[in-house]
Design a protein around this ligand. Structure first.
Ligand SMILES: [Zn+2]
Length: 314
């Protein structure tokens, strides 16, 4: 089972009945945060109060059904201030559980108003209610402030589980009111057993993320592009920089993430001179959807971060 250390910790919290009002699970994408968060929510609601959850009580069955149901069947709509119909969150048969996800690209303030209405109700089936917010960093600043107000007067019997792979985008005031739990990258063995991928090359470059391993498995060429960019060979760098300008957003984002993993490894190996290139990549990830010229950024990253021995370890 993945994330054993984190799960043991959560199990102890439930056993000792010392679960904070708000928990923030953070770590890289694809290290199991979402799955553990759902399992934890299920345990908090479990009528037998077990972690891992019993799986047999009516609360657990509702939670299992939630997982199986297509999202469009779970969407709950409410009204905004002007009475227009707006998406709020996902809710299945379980009356005490809601899952808040972005309405398109962000979690909007109307959604947090919906959360507020939910949290001040009494639990109907379980002893607690749980609000799972994923990804928490997709709440815009208005939403985060609205959530903060709720956390400042924590409603009885409700727990908030926030999931984020970009914790820097969560307001410090929300972070400070939440119990922070970091999810470390997965080991290569864990990724191998979860994905069935045994290509050592892909496992090595996955950065400890299941998502990354799966994406590289489907799009192996992108790994070659990343290695070309960091090869120290100007001609290859030049060709690749202009090629990626035509890619779609997802593939560009994946490339930046991969460059981040490769450069980060260099910095950890003590090659401080790569830090500048790494910083540029991280900056690029943040501004990618705001019309930056990716080709120029990548060319620059390759110039300052490229070297002949990019494949060498240690
Ligand atoms: Zn149960």
């Amino acid at each position: 089972m993945i994330q054993r250390r984190v799960r043991t910790f959560l199990e102890r919290m439930i056993k000792q009945k010392r679960v904070p009002v708000s928990l923030l699970f953070y770590g890289k994408e694809g290290v199991g945060k979402g799955n553990v968060a759902f399992e934890f929510a299920k345990a908090l609601l479990c009528l037998n109060n077990l972690y891992p959850p019993c799986g047999n009580c009516s609360s657990c069955s509702h939670m299992d059904a939630f997982k199986k149901e297509p999202e469009e069947n779970l969407a709950y709509y409410g009204e905004d201030k002007r009475g227009r119909k707006v998406f709020m969150y996902l809710q299945g048969e379980h009356p005490d559980f809601i899952y808040v996800k972005p309405d398109r690209s962000e979690i909007k303030i109307d959604q947090i108003r919906g959360v507020k209405e939910f949290v001040y109700l009494r639990p109907a089936l379980s002893r607690k209610k749980v609000v799972l917010i994923e990804p928490a960093d997709s709440m815009n600043p208005f939403s985060q402030n609205a959530l903060l107000k709720v956390l400042e007067e924590p409603p009885e019997d409700t727990h908030f589980v926030l999931v984020s792979h970009n914790i820097d985008k969560v307001l410090p005031t929300i972070r400070s009111r939440s119990f922070l739990l970091e999810f470390p990258p997965l080991s290569l063995e864990e990724i191998k057993s979860l994905t069935g991928i045994d290509d050592p090359f892909i496992l090595e470059f996955s950065g400890g993320s299941v998502n990354m391993a799966l994406k590289l498995y489907e799009d192996r060429e992108i790994l070659e592009v990343a290695l070309d960019i960091l090869s120290g060979d100007i001609l290859r760098l030049y060709r690749r920089s202009f090629e990626i300008e035509k890619w779609d957003y997802d593939r560009q984002a994946l490339l930046l993430r991969l460059l981040e993993i490769l450069l980060h490894r260099k910095v950890i190996e003590g090659k401080e001179e790569h830090r500048q290139a790494l910083d540029r990549v991280v900056w690029g990830m943040e501004f990618l959807n705001r019309g930056i010229r990716l080709s120029i950024l990548i060319f620059y990253v390759g110039l300052i971060g490229g070297e002949k021995d990019v494949l060498h370890k240690g």
